[in-house]
Design a protein around this ligand. Structure first.
Ligand code: ZN
Length: 882
C-alpha cells in the first residue's frame, strides 16, 4: 500500500494446482476455516450518497471441501437482510462477532461437500473515516462535492461486503454498481455495460454500471471510486492508461500519466509477464485518504498530492514523489496483485519489493536524479528502529487484525528495500531479474511465502540464496562490522569482526548474518571487492596500501565501526570519497554515537568539518542528526550555543547553493534548498528569517512570486518567528487552498509555531473539518515533534482523543497516542500513556505503547551522555574561536 494499482484482463483465472507454494493452502495462517473456499463473487452495490448507506446483493460461488453446517466469513458494521444457499434453497440464520469481525451462517441441515452458491442481501453505512467504502467531501468552485472511495487494504473489504477477506482466498469479482447517472464510476476492470436504473428519492437519474469480471485476486485489491470525475488517457504497449481526478483537475495528472507510460514497458520487460489487465487507471482522491497510494489492481488510488502536478504550485520534490509513487504502485501490479503474499506476516514481500523496485525503476528512467542517493534516508529510517529492542524480523508474526498496521512499517518497506538492493548487488542485476521472472511466471494468480522467492533466486543463480537471505529476513536487527587494517608488503590486510549493532539494548543476543561486505581503498576504488562474511570473523586483503572504506558504494544493510586509526584516516581522506561513501560514513558515525561506540565530540568535530561539503545528500543526513541533537537540548541552557553553531555551519552552505534556482541546478540541489532554509529558520538565523518574511510578503501580493520549491520552508519560517497574526493568516490560506499539496503545506507550517497558546490552537484544529481524517493524525504528530513544551501538547492531544481517535482507521487507531508520546523524552508522558485505556485496547496498541516507552527511556539515557558532551564541546569551541 501507500502506493498501488489494480487492473484486470482478459483471461487467466489460473486455478490452483501446478506450481505450489512451499506453504500449502491449509497451512496458511489466518482466522477463517479453510474448508469453504470462494471462487467467484458477483457483487451488486447500491450506494446512497445522500443517506450515506449502501445496500448490497451478493452471490458467492464456493467449494465446500467437507460437509459443514455453518459458514464463517468476514463482515464488520454490516447488517444482514437474508442469507440463502441458493442451489439448495436453504435459508441461514446469521450470528455476528464484532470482536472477531466475522459473520457465521447457520444452516438447519449440513451442506454437502461440493460446489454451492451463497446469496446474501445486506446493508451498511458509508463513513468518513478512510477505510472500507467511504466518502470524501471536497470544495469545487465554492461548492461542496462528494466522492465515493474505497480503501480495503489491509482488512477493510469486510466493511463493504461480506467475504473471505484474507489474501490467500483469491477469487474473481464481477462488480455492478447503481449510482446517479452523472457520476463517473471506476473499478478494477472496464465497464462491460451501462444502463438506466430509474431515479432515486430526490429525482436524480440513476445508472447501473456492470464491470467486466476480474482475474483471480485477493479481496483487498478490489476498488470502487465514483464522483464528478474526468479522465485523461494514453496507450502504452497496448494498454489503456488513465489519470482520473475531480472535474477541472485531470490535466494535472499529465506528469503521472507520462510516468506510467514510460514505466509500463520497463516492468513488462523486467517481470517477463505482460501487464494482464485491459486498462490501468490512476485515481486522485482529494485529501481524505489513509495512506499515500494503493495498488488496487487496475484501479490505483492516490492521495491527490501524490498524483497531481500543478506547474504553478507543485514543487520539484512533488514531481519526484509522483514518479516513484506511481512506480511503486505499478510494481505492485505484479508483486502484490499478480503474485500475493499468503498472509500479512509476509507483507514485506509486497512492500519491501515494491519499495526497492520503485527506486530501481525511478533511477533507471531518470538517471539525472541520482535516486539511490535519496534512498539513503530510507535505509537510515529503517535502521533507526531496527537497532532497538522493540524491532521485529522482516517476516513479522501477525497475531490478529490489530497488529497488521505494525507490518506496514520501516522494517517491511525500507529494510526490505535496503536488503533487496544488497541482495541484487550480490547476485548481479541480470541474475536477480531472471529469478524474479521465474517467480512471477510460476506463481501468477497465486500466493507465496518468502521461501518461494529464495528458491527461484537460488535456481536462477546456482547459489544458496536461502541461507544468506534468511539471515536477514528471519532475524531482527542490524549487523555491525568492526574493521581493523594494516599495511604489509604493499597490501592492506583487513580483519573484520561481525556482531549485532544495537542501541539501548545491552542484552541484545550476539548474532551473525551472512553479510556481503564491500570494501575499497579510498582513491583506489577500481580494486574494490565484496566478500561474504558468514561468521564472527573474516580476513581479506586489498592490493596496495591506503585508507579502507567498508560498505563501499553504500549498498549494504549493516553498520561499520573502524578502529581509532581507521576512523581518523577516513576523516582525513573524506574529500576523496564519493558522495555515497561520504553519507554512509557520516550517518554510520552518528549511529555509533547513539550506540555509545563513538564519542559525541568526535561526531561534532566531523559535523564542523563539513563546511566545504557540497553534496546535498550529505546535508540531508547531517541535518537529521543536528535535529536530534537540537531536540535533546530542548530543556538545556546549551541549546542557544548549539543553534549558533548550526547557523554558523549552515550559512555558507546556503550561500553556496543560493536561495534561487539556477539553470544548471541538478536535481539534488533543487531538493536541498528548502531543508537548509527551514533549518536555518529553526536555528534562528536572522538574515534567513528576514528574507523569508520579505518573500512571504511578496507571495501574499502575488502567489506566483515564490517558487513552489521554497514555499513550505519560507512560510514555516514566517510562522515560527511570528505570532498570532501570522498563524491566523496562514491558517486562512490553508482553509482557502483548493489543492491538497498547498493545503497541507500551510497547515504543516502552522506546526512550526512553538508558543504554548498557539500550539493549543493548532491541536484544536483537529476538532474541525479543516484537515481531512486521513491526514489529521500526521498533522498532530508534527505539532508534537516541533513543540517546545511537549507536555502541554501531549495533554492537549489526550484531552481531544475522544473526537480524534474515531477519525482514524481501525488499524492505526491504537498506534496514534503511542506515536505522539514517542516524540518526547519525558518519562511522565510515558507513564500517562500507559495509564490510558487506549494504550492496551488491543495487541497492536500494546506493541506501539511498548515501542514508545522504549524510545522515551532511550532518549532519557542518551541525553545524559549527549547533552554534557555537547555543552563541553561548544564551550571549548567558543574559547578556541574567541
Ligand atoms: Zn506498497
Amino acid at each position: 500500500m501507500m502506493r498501488s494499482i489494480l487492473a484486470f484482463g482478459l483471461l487467466l483465472a489460473a486455478g490452483p494446482g501446478l506450481a505450489q507454494s512451499s506453504l500449502p493452502f491449509d497451512k496458511i495462517p489466518g482466522k477463517l476455516p479453510k474448508e469453504v473456499v470462494p471462487s467467484a463473487y458477483r457483487l451488486d452495490l447500491a450506494p446512497d450518497l445522500d443517506k450515506l448507506t449502501v445496500g448490497g446483493r451478493e452471490e458467492i460461488d464456493v467449494a465446500v471441501n467437507k460437509p459443514v453446517d455453518t459458514i464463517t466469513l468476514d463482515a464488520i458494521d454490516l447488517s444482514f437482510d437474508a442469507v440463502t444457499l441458493k442451489d439448495l434453497g436453504e435459508k441461514a440464520t446469521v450470528t455476528l462477532d464484532a470482536q472477531a469481525q466475522t459473520a457465521t451462517f447457520h444452516f438447519a441441515h449440513p451442506i454437502p461437500a461440493g460446489p454451492h452458491t451463497l446469496a446474501i442481501a445486506y446493508h451498511g453505512i458509508i463513513p468518513e473515516t478512510p477505510a472500507g467504502l467511504y466518502y470524501n467531501d471536497y470544495d469545487s468552485a465554492g461548492a461542496k462535492k462528494r466522492m465515493l472511495v474505497s480503501q480495503f487494504e489491509a482488512t477493510d473489504a469486510r466493511r463493504a461486503f461480506p467475504g473471505w477477506d484474507e489474501p490467500a482466498f483469491k477469487a474473481t469479482f464481477a462488480l455492478s454498481v447503481t449510482l446517479p447517472a452523472d457520476l463517473m464510476v471506476v473499478s478494477n476492470m472496464p465497464a462491460a455495460s451501462e444502463h438506466d436504473a430509474g431515479t432515486n428519492a430526490s429525482g436524480a437519474k440513476l445508472k447501473k454500471t456492470e464491470f467486466q469480471t476480474t482475474p483471480r485476486m485477493s479481496t483487498y485489491l478490489l476498488v470502487l471510486c465514483a464522483g464528478d470525475l474526468e479522465r485523461i488517457h494514453d496507450t502504452s504497449t497496448g494498454t489503456d492508461i488513465g489519470a482520473i481526478a475531480v472535474r477541472g483537475k485531470a490535466e494535472q495528472g499529465r506528469v503521472a500519466l507520462e510516468a506510467a507510460v514510460r514505466l509500463l514497458p520497463y516492468y513488462n520487460d523486467y517481470f517477463g509477464v505482460k501487464y494482464p489487465l485491459p486498462k490501468m487507471d490512476m485515481i486522485a482522491v482529494p485529501g481524505n485518504y489513509q495512506a499515500g497510494a494503493m495498488e488496487n489492481w487496475g484501479g490505483l488510488t492516490f492521495i491527490d498530492n501524490a498524483l497531481l502536478f500543478d506547474p504553478k504550485a507543485s514543487s520539484e520534490a512533488t514531481r519526484q514523489v509522483i514518479f516513484y509513487v506511481v512506480a511503486h504502485e505499478m510494481a505492485h501490479q505484479w508483486s502484490g496483485d499478480l503474485v500475493t503474499m499468503a498472509w500479512w506476516d509476509n507483507t514485506w514481500l509486497n512492500e519491501g519489493f515494491a519499495e526497492w523496485m520503485d527506486a530501481k525503476a525511478t533511477d533507471a528512467l531518470n538517471p539525472s536524479w541520482h535516486f539511490w542517493l535519496n534512498q539513503h534516508a530510507n535505509k537510515e529510517y529503517a535502521m533507526g528502529s531496527d537497532a532497538h529492542s522493540t524491532t521485529h524480523p522482516i517476516e513479522i508474526p501477525i497475531k490478529d487484525e490489530s497488529v497488521i498496521g505494525q507490518a506496514f512499517d520501516g522494517i517491511s518497506y525500507q529494510k526490505g528495500e535496503s536488503f533487496l538492493r544488497m541482495l541484487e548487488t550480490w547476485l548481479g542485476p541480470d541474475t536477480f531479474r531472471d529469478g524474479m521472472r521465474r517467480y512471477m511466471a510460476k506463481y501468477a494468480y497465486k500466493n507465496t511465502v518468502t521461501a518461494d522467492l529464495w528458491a527461484e533466486l537460488s535456481a536462477a543463480s546456482g547459489r544458496d540464496v536461502t541461507a544468506m537471505a534468511n539471515s536477514f529476513t528471519s532475524q531482527k536487527g542490524i549487523p555491525l562490522i568492526e574493521v581493523e587494517s594494516r599495511c604489509e608488503k604493499g597490501q592492506t590486510q583487513i580483519s573484520l569482526t561481525q556482531g549485532r549493532f544495537a542501541i539501548n539494548d545491552p542484552q541484545a543476543p550476539s548474532q551473525t548474518w551472512q553479510v556481503p561486505v564491500s570494501l575499497a581503498l579510498v582513491g583506489k576504488e577500481a580494486g574494490a571487492k565484496t566478500i561474504l562474511v558468514e561468521t564472527g570473523k573474516a580476513t581479506t586483503t586489498l592490493e596496495g596500501c591506503g585508507t579502507v572504506k567498508v560498505n563501499h558504494g553504500d549498498v549494504g544493510y549493516y553498520r561499520t565501526a573502524y578502529d581509532h586509526k581507521g576512523y581518523h584516516a577516513l576523516v582525513q581522506a573524506y574529500d576523496k570519497m564519493d558522495a555515497a561513501d561520504r553519507i554512509n560514513f557520516v550517518t554510520d558515525s552518528w549511529a555509533l554515537v547513539q550506540a555509545e561506540k563513538l564519542d559525541p565530540t568526535s561526531y561534532l568535530d566531523l559535523l564542523a568539518s563539513l563546511k566545504s561539503e557540497t553534496a546535498p545528500v550529505v546535508w540531508t543526513g547531517a541535518l537529521a542528526s543536528m535535529r536530534e541533537i537540537d531536540d535533546s537540548l530542548r530543556d538545556s541552557a546549551d541549546r542557544k550555543a548549539f543553534r549558533a553553531f548550526a547557523v554558523e555551519l549552515l550559512t555558507p552552505v546556503l550561500a553556496h547553493f543560493g536561495w534561487d534556482a539556477k539553470p544548471d541546478d541538478d536535481s539534488q540541489t533543487k531538493l536541498i534548498r528548502a531543508p537548509l532554509i527551514a533549518a536555518l529558520g529553526r536555528y534562528g538565523s536572522q538574515p534567513v528569517v528576514e528574507e523569508s518574511r520579505r518573500r512571504f510578503a511578496a507571495f501574499e501580493a502575488d502567489r506566483n512570486s515564490l517558487s513552489p520549491d521554497l514555499r513550505a520552508a519560507v512560510i514555516g519560517n514566517v510562522v515560527r518567528a511570528g505570532g498570532k497574526e501570522e498563524f491566523d493568516k496562514v491558517r486562512k490560506m490553508g482553509r482557502e487552498a483548493t489543492s491538497t499539496e498547498e493545503k497541507l503545506r500551510y497547515y504543516f507550517a502552522l506546526a512550526t509555531q512553538t508558543s504554548p497558546e498557539l500550539t493549543d490552537e493548532a491541536v484544536k484544529i483537529a476538532l474541525t473539518d479543516e484537515i481531512s481524517n486521513g491526514r489529521v493524525g500526521r498533522f498532530l504528530f508534527e505539532v508534537m515533534r516541533q513543540a517546545d513544551d511537549q507536555t502541554r501538547v501531549w495533554h492537549d492531544i489526550v484531552e481531544i482523543r475522544g473526537t480524534l481517535l474515531p477519525k482514524l482507521p481501525d488499524e492505526f487507531r491504537g498506534m496514534a497516542l503511542p506515536e505522539a508520546a514517542g516524540f518526547t523524552d519525558k518519562p511522565a508522558i510515558g507513564k500517562e500513556l500507559q495509564a490510558l485505556p487506549e494504550a492496551s485496547s488491543n495487541e497492536g496498541a500494546k506493541i506501539a505503547t511498548g515501542k514508545a516507552l522504549e524510545s522515551i527511556g532511550w532518549k532519557v539515557h542518551f541525553k545524559t551522555k549527549l547533552v554534557p558532551a555537547t555543552g563541553k564541546w561548544l564551550k571549548s569551541r567558543n574559547q578556541r574561536n574567541s
